[in-house]
Design a protein. Sequence first.
Length: 336
Amino acid sequence: MFREAADSGRVVAEQLRLNRPLAEALGQRLRDVAPTAALICGRGSSDHAGVFARHLIETGAGLLTSSAAPSVASVYATAQNMRGVVCIAVSQSGKSPDLLASVAAARGGGAFVIAVVNVEDSPLARAADAVVPVRAGPEHSVAATKSFIASLTALAQIIGHWLEDEALLAALETLPDRLEEAWALDWSAALPTLREARDLYVVGRGPGYGAAREAALKLKETSGLHAEAFSAAEIRHGPMALVKSGFPVLVLPQDDESRDDTLSLAAEFAGRGAKVLLADVSPAPGTTALPALSAHPAVQPILLIQSFYRLAAELAVARGYDPDRPPYLNKVTETV
């Protein structure tokens, strides 16, 4: 896990270079298709990547975007009208039966299907109208790291070209070097809080909510830690009642319109005596500061999750776990 996460900068540099002509052509095709809605299909880390993509599409294209419920097709065999919809399916292996059923139903209903997949000769790739290779290469640790980051960058590159977002595309050009910088950041200040923790909230908002969900999943997988992810807005609807003195909260803001509200929430939790771990460009009173990099707000969550992966690998070892072989889990999960 540690070695594979550390390799993300190199993976992303190669991916962005090789995928650029494809992403440019696909961006033009999406402008020609002019979809009226978008559907994101994925499970686990791939679903979290879809949460990130959903935010970029909804705020950038103003297009209604939804996460698919694969069981609608795979279990309930319900046909849906997908005319005018772009369906983006994200997967590492490209062979989970429920994902394949969902994609087949979407395409059968008239959707234009894009597969963002690491295994280029997978059933998912063969089922799609267009394929965007993740190009993460073999990933041996059960816990996905470089494949998740590469999925985020593949999605961001497609969306950047689709929306002709020059600021986002420019930020992606510098991302490989920034990932190296993010990997070098020291988050070990979080270890005293998390080494003995039993429960944890991870908080993000906007494009960072997908990163918060990914961080919570990795803490479950690799450290046996009961971690739950919430939007900085959603946590106020009940879950914040658990945040009392000593309760750990990892906060992952980015520098956009959501930042002030997320930092206000972190300050409120710190005021209650919660153990707030704040990954931000500026330290805040009452919190444990985790260093972060300033960047385009769509790129910041990618950098934050890279810094987090280093912490997660170190935390797993500190808690007596093997991060490469989580109990009861397999690398490829084939759900129906």
